[in-house]
Design a protein around this ligand. Structure first.
Ligand code: NAP
Length: 252
């Protein structure tokens, strides 16, 4: 398909982008002309994803970055600047969901990990990046439909995703007018992260039935919404969250 080229000449960092939603976002921004910087924890995943994107003609730089490691975050920003000299788009996509326990049964170390990766790492990455963000730049934070009504098996994870809705509003105010900050709240998408869907047909059917459109989301659905918010098509939108969940109940 012939794509618009909304990101020609732009530099985009997408965290946790060697598979799933992050990789699809990097691909979409890249196909629309961005130079993309992809990253995740494991070098072999970075290498494989870099190859996939390069083979599609995308200008891509692949780095190892575990988002809760300060040196990894610093490296991500520093090497991006060395190679491309600026940053136009940051998509903060990393998350962990280490437990299915009820909130009051969750160990403190697990609570810390959820906070560290799902919320704090976004703040700290943006803190490092902000001096280098271009005028007209854009941040997109990836939350979740679970942020609106945290389901029992995803309860504390859901609460961290609720925090990102507030973080989006607060950062939009702090970073205006130079940088817009928006959020995408995906519905359920069959990826490794959501193995409860891919490995259990009954759960999958139940989640499909909750949508109005009769299907789960795709990584490309999430990439399309993210690219819109990151692009100048959304030049007058900041502090907002788009729910991309096929009509699954979220809010009024
Ligand atoms: P995925 O397909 O499992 O991909 C996860 C990616 O994150 C991989 O590239 C992984 O690579 C990387 N990663 C994991 N931990 C990381 C860390 N600490 N630092 C840096 N990279 C890390 O997951 P996904 O479903 O695309 O999820 C992406 C985002 O969408 C998450 O924020 C998730 O909460 C959100 N979301 C997903 C769904 C869904 O149904 N799938 C629904 C709502 C929201 P390495 O293993 O090499 O690190």
């Amino acid at each position: 398909m012939e794509r618009a080229k909304r990101f020609e000449g732009k530099v985009a960092i997408v965290t946790a982008s060697t598979q799933g939603i992050g990789l699809a976002i990097a691909e979409r921004l890249g196909l629309e002309g961005a130079s993309v910087v992809i990253s995740s924890r494991k070098q072999q995943n970075v290498d494989a994803a870099t190859q996939i994107l390069s083979a599609k003609g995308i200008q891509v730089l692949g780095l190892v970055c575990h988002v809760s490691r300060p040196l990894h975050r610093k490296n991500l920003i520093d090497i991006t600047l060395q190679k491309y000299g600026k940053i136009d788009v940051i998509v903060s996509n990393a998350a962990a969901n280490p437990s299915v326990d009820a909130i009051l049964q969750t160990q403190e170390t697990v609570l810390d990990k959820l906070w560290e990766i799902n919320v704090k790492a976004t703040v700290l990455l943006l803190k490092d990046a902000v001096p280098h963000l271009q005028k007209g730049s854009s941040v997109v934070i990836i939350s979740s439909i679970a942020g609106y009504n945290p389901p029992p098996s995803l309860a504390m994870y859901g609460v961290t995703k609720t925090a990102l809705l507030g973080l989006t509003k607060a950062l939009a105010a702090e970073m205006a007018p130079a940088t817009r900050v928006n959020c995408v709240a995906p519905g359920f998408v069959p990826t490794n992260f959501a193995s409860f869907i891919t490995t259990n047909d009954a759960v999958r059917k139940e989640l499909e039935d909750k949508t109005l459109l009769g299907r789960l989301g795709t990584t490309e659905d999430m990439a399309a919404a993210t690219a819109f918010l990151a692009s100048d098509d959304a030049a007058y939108i900041t502090g907002e969250t788009i729910v991309v969940a096929g009509g699954t109940p979220s809010r009024l």
